[in-house]
Design a protein around this ligand. Structure first.
Ligand code: ADE
Ligand code: ZN
Length: 349
């Protein structure tokens, strides 16, 4: 559709930043920067086991998913009141606006907070208020996806869904996150069936560290609409063919995969191969405060490492918009903006 030829890195980076895009895989608790963790700890009288922000950042050296989750849950312990949840999400939205995110679907982990005695109301009301302000003040369409912690029993997930129902209008879907290996999707079949019956969208983390069988289980047992991560699909040819045929979106998070040692180097990432195989892959930030970059950083660094060009940029942005849970009308609007953005870019040649 657009002229394809080599583009200078500065121009490609300007295009990556300017193009309208959706972020479909961001844990809002993973956007808590150390500065905000310290500010909230002081506000709420919470003790942190670090002398200062620099010492906390220095501890962000992970070997795998679990080594990250231990710090991520500790960081989230400073969140206590409605305003804390608002401040966290608002801080993320300001960064998303700078990256030209037009649509954000935020994961949140209520069990991490309710287990500490934080009321569900504080979590829901604070995050929802920030989403409303994102629309009115930043023109970002934002919605919430409630995630169940898979290292806890399904009974806890069922109780969490029940406890969230008074705020049914405040979230559009459910997801499954936390420690993957040893906690397969099929363990959560009943709670996902219940969520589907309630008209909620359903997604699940699968194939981040876990085997392709977990991706199959998320598709077949949970009937998910999108797979979060899914990079291990590359090891199963039949699964790759299925994902391509059904155009099941994968929300891939390259800097996360690098920091959690799923790949040794960004240039080893299989995102380019998945795109070439016809899968509906998208680029996302996962836990940007911990993994060294927000959405645009993920695009810029991945494009440089994999030598991707403007045609791929268009495809990733279009995939992100089409794979979102926004309305058809919104999608048409953003696709029109995306086409205009690329038209303007190719006319400058
Ligand atoms: N929770 C926050 N980030 C996560 C990730 N990358 N995988 C699983 N659970 C998570
Ligand atoms: Zn994630």
């Amino acid at each position: 559709m657009f002229k394809v030829h080599a583009v200078a890195p500065d121009r490609l980076n300007a295009l990556l930043k300017a193009m309208p895009k959706a972020e479909l895989h961001i844990h809002i608790e993973g956007s808590l920067e150390p500065e905000l963790i310290f500010a909230l700890a002081q506000r709420n009288g919470v003790h942190l086991p670090y002398a200062d922000v620099a010492a906390m950042r220095a501890a962000y050296a992970f070997t795998d998913l679990q080594s990250f989750l231990d710090l991520y849950y500790a960081g989230a312990s400073v969140l206590m009141h409605e305003q804390d949840f608002y401040d966290m999400a608002w801080s993320y939205f300001q960064k998303a606006a700078a990256d030209h995110v037009v649509r954000a679907e935020l994961f949140f982990d209520p069990q991490t907070h309710t287990a500490r005695g934080v009321p569900m109301a504080a979590v829901m009301e604070g995050l929802s208020r920030a989403c409303r302000d994102a629309q009115t003040r930043l023109n970002i369409s934002a919605d919430l996806i409630l995630c169940f912690l898979r290292h806890l029993p399904e009974a806890d997930a069922l109780a969490t869904l029940e406890a969230a129902l008074p705020w049914r209008a405040h979230f559009i879907g459910v997801g499954l996150d936390s420690s993957e290996v040893g906690n397969p999707p099929e363990n959560f079949s009943r709670v996902f069936a219940k969520a589907r019956a309630l008209g909620l969208h359903v997604v699940a983390h699968a194939g981040e560290e876990g085997p392709p069988a977990y991706i199959w289980s998320a598709l077949k047992d949970l009937q998910v609409e999108r797979i979060d991560h899914g990079v291990q699909a590359i090891h199963d040819a039949e699964l790759m063919a299925y994902l391509a045929q059904h155009q099941t979106p994968l929300t891939v998070c390259p800097l996360s995969n690098l920091k959690l040692c799923v790949f040794d180097k960004l240039s080893d990432h299989t995102l380019g191969q998945m795109l070439d195989a016809g899968l509906c892959v998208t680029i996302n930030s996962d836990d940007p405060a911990y993994f060294g970059g927000y959405l645009n950083d993920n695009y810029v660094q991945t494009f440089a490492a994999l030598h991707l060009g403007a045609q791929s940029a268009y495809k990733f942005a279009a995939n992100s918009i089409e794979a979102s849970f926004a309305t058809l009308e919104q999608k048409h609007h953003w696709m029109h903006e995306l086409k205009q953005c690329f038209q303007g870019f190719s006319e400058q040649d």
